[in-house]
Design a protein around this ligand. Structure first.
Ligand SMILES: *Cc1c(COP(=O)(O)O)cnc(C)c1O
Length: 429
């Protein structure tokens, strides 16, 4: 496969942009190769600057659940664009998206739009602290909630992949108010939350972890978390930036039947444009400025193009049967992938929740950060490079999900499995 144009672009980019990328995992360091520069996309495919075509399982890290360039989304953006790209004043499309979001999530009475998932989680935590008057946040090892200071403690994907324990530049004064505990461990959870000396404002969780690879919640874990936080007056924040509109139309909270106090959204709700959101109970959301004293603002928040893309996306996802069909396709693909992995790899574990899955190069079960860390990343790197050269574009890290979209055809998936078998054989030697 010819990659000379990507290589030249990467050299030029590295001169101007740190590491040549605007988000670290894209640099492909952990899988031992250089990034391909992507020029265009359509449906299930992306095309790089050398003219190579790939079947795309990154899907922009989740947002492209309908595939790239979905016609209704493209039309909605074009229609909105004619009227102007930003007003810095309220616009009707914000209400339309807010209606769709609050209707989809019964736990969300009110919602505030921001421009990224990081902004959503950062603001939700500020709100939880403002509401409770307490300081400490509890998170789980391997869960990623964006790159705000207080979350960079055992923070999953990019941070793990690069082997950074937390991050320089984050003062101890800030992270001393963050407690990170193991995912799926009810005993440690209960002990931590019942410790009154800790002054806990909130617990933030990925209800299905997606940033240490896909790790679904153990049966009863989220229920226990909800029961304890309700009893103790701790705000429960579901970070559904990946799972929202992914694992079901109503997200993980619908799937598992849990009502969190606050929910963070991103990725899919922007349909490929920069959007995040946080929302929840009216009583808590009424603490936000200008109604209440907790400050949060954004020049481009509620941007009309982004809102138009979000509205068109949610309307398409609302079609009856959308998730059943995507789940069935994903389950079938996952079973075949698991069978191949068991045949060719000494150690393999496939975790899946709906249309997102991770094949861990590890002996299972993978239920938390420590078990995920047992994966053979060097073998994964070889597999990644073999797949890339065969035109299959996976996330360039063992600790990420593989995203399926409505645009992946049976032929795409059959070809992917064929290339998977080829790659497994190749890396055996
Ligand atoms: C991607 C992600 C974020 C951060 O969103 P950005 O838009 O990248 O800032 C937060 N939480 C989870 C669970 C994510 O997967």
């Amino acid at each position: 496969m010819k990659t000379t144009v990507s290589q030249a672009l990467f050299a030029e980019a590295q001169r101007l942009i740190p590491g040549g990328v605007n988000s670290p995992v894209r640099a492909c360091k952990s899988v031992g190769c250089d990034p391909r520069f992507i020029q265009r996309a359509a449906g299930s495919r992306i095309h790089d600057a050398d003219g190579n075509e790939y079947i795309d399982f990154v899907c922009s890290w989740g947002p492209m659940i309908l595939g790239h360039n979905y016609p209704a989304i493209m039309e909605a953006i074009q229609k909105a664009m004619v009227n102007g790209t930003s007003f810095g004043a309220p616009c009707p499309l914000e209400i339309e998206l807010a209606e769709l979001v609050t209707e989809a999530l019964p736990s969300v009475d009110m919602v505030r739009f921001v421009s990224s998932g990081t902004e959503a989680t950062m603001s939700a935590v500020r709100l939880a602290r403002g509401y409770t008057g307490r300081k400490v946040i509890v998170k789980f090892d391997g869960c990623y909630h964006g790159h705000a200071d207080s979350f960079l403690v055992k923070a999953g994907s990019g941070v793990i992949t690069l082997g950074i324990p937390g991050s320089p530049g984050v003062p101890d004064d800030i992270v001393k108010n963050t407690i990170s505990i193991p995912y799926n461990n009810e005993e440690i959870l209960e002990k931590t939350l019942r410790d009154e000396a800790l002054d806990i404002a909130c617990v933030i969780v990925e209800p299905v972890a997606g940033n240490m690879g896909v790790v679904p919640p153990a049966p009863g874990f989220l229920q226990k978390l909800r029961a304890l936080t309700s009893e103790l007056g701790i705000v429960l924040i579901f970070d559904e930036v990946i799972t929202g509109f992914r694992v079901s139309y109503g997200g993980a909270q619908q799937k598992f039947g849990i009502m969190p106090d606050l929910t963070c959204l991103g990725k899919i709700i922007g349909g490929g444009l920069p959007v995040g959101a946080y929302g929840g109970k009216r009583e808590i959301m009424s603490m936000i400025s200008p109604v209440g004293p907790v400050y949060q603002a954004g020049t481009l928040s509620g941007n009309p193009l982004a809102m138009a893309a979000g509205v068109a996306t949610l309307k398409a996802l609302k079609e009856p049967g959308f998730y059943e069909k995507l789940d069935r396709k994903s389950a079938d693909f996952a079973e075949k992938l698991r069978t191949l992995a068991e045949k060719y790899l000494a150690e393999a574990t496939l975790n899946r929740q709906g249309s997102v899955m991770t094949l861990f190069f590890a002996k299972g079960p993978v239920t938390d950060f420590d078990s995920a860390m047992k994966a053979d990343v060097s073998k994964f790197g070889k597999f990644y490079r073999a797949m890339l050269d065969q035109g299959i574009y996976l996330a360039p890290s063992q600790f990420e999900g593989m995203f399926l979209s409505a645009a992946h055809s049976e032929e795409d998936l059959a070809r992917t499995l064929e290339m998977t078998e080829w790659s497994f054989k190749k890396i055996q030697n």
